[in-house]
Design a binder for this molecule. Structure first.
Ligand code: FPP
Length: 238
């Protein structure tokens, strides 16, 4: 895309899978299976464009409240997907990492998550984070507990950031995209969203494709980011 200012890190709340399935008279899990294809399209497009980091909200700390069958399906889907896709991630030079808790994830799923991290560790064109059993508040609580256990007597922003899930070298998301018309943060990436631009799309996640993504990027490109300062023309005139 000519003349477009690209974000370096884009985060996604992939909402609307259940509604997509319901509209078709299918069980909700079909929506999740279709949702994975959308995530794949976004990953490929981001790589083509040269975006460096993506973070997907796949399963929240609150999602355990869903019916057991749906929870099991999501964990199986992740395992199956990783088992299938690790070689193509390596081939495409895409690194995969996970953020969130690891103590409640089924053993077999966790095994493939760790394998994906290990096998793609040297890949560097695009770094994809998948948030699984992730909650922004939970992440902060885990960080604070580690800080306490290391007997630190004083904290500042830099120190807290070191104990969070995303590696230090990963910049805060420039853009957060949420689909399906919902306009909430839902406990996602709380620390990192301080100056993130939000984009809300009405389409359901399984219908969110390359065109929709490009539309969001074009919209982002037009925004003037002040980070608490002034607009550039205000600075000139002051
Ligand atoms: C929200 O839609 C979606 C989720 C809670 C799960 C998202 C997970 C995936 C797309 C699969 C992730 C797997 C991999 C391999 C990345 P919803 O179920 O809340 O939809 P609704 O609001 O229409 O009910």
């Amino acid at each position: 895309m000519p003349n477009i200012r690209l974000p370096s890190h884009v985060a996604f709340i992939m909402d609307g899978n259940g509604r997509w399935a319901k509209k078709r008279g299918l069980p909700r899990i079909y929506g999740h299976a279709e949702g994975v294809k959308s995530a794949e399209r976004i990953i490929q497009t981001a790589k083509e464009l040269g975006i460096k980091y993506l973070t997907f909200y796949a399963f929240s700390t609150e999602n355990w409240k869903r019916p057991e069958e749906e929870v099991n399906f999501l964990m199986e889907l992740l395992r199956w997907y990783l088992r299938e896709k690790i070689p193509s991630f390596v081939e495409d030079d895409i690194r995969i990492s996970f953020i969130g808790r690891r103590d409640r994830i089924p053993q077999e799923t966790l095994k493939w998550m760790e394998r994906a991290e290990k096998e793609t560790a040297r890949c560097g064109s695009l770094w994809v984070f998948v948030a699984v059993d992730y909650g922004g508040r939970d992440e902060l609580v885990r960080a604070v507990n580690r800080i306490i256990s290391e007997k630190k007597r004083k904290v500042d922003e830099k120190l807290i950031r070191r104990y969070l899930d995303l590696p230090l070298e990963v910049p805060d998301p420039d853009l957060l995209i949420r689909t399906a018309g919902e306009k909430r943060v839902s406990n996602f990436l709380l620390w990192y969203l301080s100056y993130t631009e939000f984009y809300f799309a009405d389409v359901l996640w399984p219908d969110f494709g390359k065109e929709e993504f490009l539309k969001a990027l074009q919209d982002f490109s037009k925004r003037v980011r002040k980070f608490g300062g002034l607009f550039p023309d205000e600075e000139e005139n002051s």
